[in-house]
Design a protein around this ligand. Sequence first.
Ligand SMILES: C[S@@+](CC[C@H](N)C(=O)[O-])C[C@H]1O[C@@H](n2cnc3c(N)ncnc32)[C@H](O)[C@@H]1O
Length: 457
Amino acid sequence: MVHMRKVRSTGRGSAQTKRPSRRVRQRQAAEASSGAPVEVEVTGLGSRGDGLAVGPDGEKLFIAKSLPGDRLRVRIGPSHGDGRMAEIVAILRPGPGRTEAPCPHFARCGGCALQHLGDDDYIAWKLGRLRLALDRAGLGDASVASPVRIPPGARRRATFTAVRAAAAGSRVCVGFAAARSNDVIDLSACPVLDPDIAAVVPMLRELLDGTLARGGKTRVAISRLNGGLDVVFDWSDPPSASLRERWSCFACEAGLARLSWRRKPAAPAEPVVQHRPVAVVHGGSAVAVPPDAFLQASGLGEAALTQAVLAAMAQANTAADLFCGLGVFALALAAAGKRIHAVDGDEAAVAALAAAVRGKTGLTTERRNLFARPLEPDELRRFDAVAFDPPRAGARAQAMFLADSPVPVVVAISCNLATFIRDARLLAGGGFRLETVTPVDQFLWSPHLELAATFRR
Ligand SMILES: C[S@@+](CC[C@H](N)C(=O)[O-])C[C@H]1O[C@@H](n2cnc3c(N)ncnc32)[C@H](O)[C@@H]1O
């Protein structure tokens, strides 16, 4: 696929699709049924950042890495939502606004969806989706702050997949999954990642070339923390003494702070070698980070979210940080002199936070499953403000109890627009007014948007 330099700025294109004439559709249908590529014109962008077009049978087509105005030859694939997926065979005429992608892997990699859009169109599309969702939910009166832009090279967490084909002599590929495929893109560059993480990939490939069995597949999570890189291998069998030795040498050569292994994702990880303490600092307190603990995608994004929480809670004396993780917001609020109760379901994260604040007053911790057992209105009564930052599933049960509580200020942090809107409507139903939304674009070139939203009543 060819990515052209930007021709001129464009409108974002509506999500509406223009229906081609009957004669054109009949020709397209004949071509598609024979498996032959068909010509289409992209007229909008869908919620995942795919271009939208009308196929030969009048069906909606989702075409990854395309944009409004593109004239394309595409191959139609399997059903997808209320339409079908289609793959670009050739760009016959690039849409206005098409830009050369900064990453050599963009055409195939599943990590990014929107590098081919000019920057103005890119951010306008994200903000447009946010405003549309707010309007549709009856929350359009909220003020939307200027987006906090996070530059390339700032992503401080990545999980790579490594595979080796079964054929004799095959080499290991290390990278991200290809778009809508189980293939792995063998990464030579990634403009999104922290350069220190990207720099380790070739060394990782060499290590795995010598250790991953033919036909083998594994995942490697890498985080950039104070102290250096923290690496966790998923390895189904306990590592032998010689494998531990090789991992230790790799950790030295790559200058890692720590290397751990675990049987599978979410299983407890065992450190194999640790050269330096692995910590994050929030509100002046250092928290020892458990292997592969949750971190906000970028340090700059984390700082912007923390700023939004502090500003919203400026008047509060007593607050709760729900889904607190390692206590990013809780520790910043405690440093600002507030009494804080921090709650999360992850045992290791809560233990790390508790250890960091042991002997200090003003911050209590609780391990609790907030989906099954959200804080009830009576428990919430003592807080002047509550922040919640759930995983992508959102915090439906907690939002319902907040709506029924007397809490006057709520800050919702979210990386999923759909569940945020659902939870925001629950809060609005309880008398909260959505005051401000601060978009934080820390999932660069993906369709996802992080945000902090302040509700008051
Ligand atoms: C998006 S992270 C936010 C963490 C933290 N606020 C931060 O900024 O680093 C979501 C957090 O929700 C926690 N979590 C996931 N499911 C949970 C549940 N059912 N109950 C309580 N906490 C949960 C995770 O452990 C994780 O720390």
